[in-house]
Design a protein around this ligand. Structure first.
Ligand code: ZN
Length: 275
């Protein structure tokens, strides 16, 4: 079998919020210290471009009290991607911070695990604890896109192209998926919310937004099983991503990082489990 093509892989940081450590672990945390959460989308650029998640809008940022740093879709231009021309958007799940700008991709097919659509439109959403993570307009938007033949449902793993694969996992949402991208440093696992922070996975402590805690813990193992080393796993919301990985250029520090080069190992080892 020939090697799959090599993709460039980027993380775009578009929003942030102040939070405390106890906000991010079921069962809380003994250290009363701040722990910010960043918001990202990811781009794999190779024979064609795949956008992984679409971020939320300025309007939703205001409504939810998030600090909006920049328009994530406009930011795509900085790495030479034109949203108008994008053909494939992978949605890891339908939470508000992953799908909000879907309408900015007029030509795209949206790749989604089918159980996520059932979840977002089904019986559990009558519970605000679960509904809170969704924006109803996003969910309705996905229903409309489906009628327009623009949602590609997957039930299980899939190869979208050589070098781009989808992997469903339970836990955080009912139809979450992570993405593997073949890069010059091997396969990189874009975990999205399979693990919000390095620390959730590394210490086996689930994140507070959970549909199924047991499946979330198993999903940490699944990530590890798919990654050559822990350094090949990119968490969904960890500000450390922007310090571990180099910016595309000095001007884009804190805005766009390259995930297709190895992260700073010494930094990663500093977040060993602490109890
Ligand atoms: Zn989520």
């Amino acid at each position: 079998m020939s090697e799959p093509p090599v993709y460039e892989l980027f993380a775009i940081r578009y929003a942030t919020r102040e939070a405390k450590r106890a906000d991010h672990f079921i069962g809380g945390d003994p250290h009363d210290a701040p722990m910010a959460m960043d918001y990202f989308l990811w781009v794999a650029k190779g024979p064609k471009a795949f956008i992984i998640d679409t971020g939320f809008t300025a309007e939703v940022a205001k409504k939810r009290g998030r600090t909006y740093l920049r328009d994530p879709i406009d930011t795509l231009k900085l790495i030479g991607v034109d949203a108008d021309a994008v053909e494939d958007v992978i949605l890891t799940h339908l939470h508000y911070d992953h799908v909000g700008n879907f309408y900015r991709f007029p030509k795209a097919q949206f790749h989604l695990q089918e159980p996520e659509m059932h979840y977002a439109t089904g019986r559990h959403i009558r519970h605000s604890r679960l509904a809170h993570s969704f924006e109803v307009e996003d969910v309705v938007g996905m229903v409309r896109l489906n009628f327009a033949k623009r949602v590609m449902f997957h039930n299980g793993g899939a190869e979208l192209a050589p070098g781009i694969t989808l992997h469903p996992v339970g836990g955080h949402s009912a139809g979450l998926q992570f993405v593997k991208v073949h890069t010059k440093r091997g396969w990189v696992v874009v975990a999205s919310d399979t693990t919000h922070f390095y620390e959730n996975m590394m210490t086996g402590r689930p994140f507070t937004t959970a549909f199924h805690v047991g499946l979330m813990l198993e999903a940490f193992d699944t990530l590890r099983a798919h990654a050559e080393t822990p350094q090949h796993i990119v968490p969904g919301h960890d500000p450390l991503v922007m310090t571990f990985y180099p910016p595309v250029s000095p001007e884009l520090a804190g805005i766009v990082a390259r995930l297709d080069v190895a992260p700073d190992d010494t930094e990663l080892s500093k977040i060993a489990p602490q109890h």
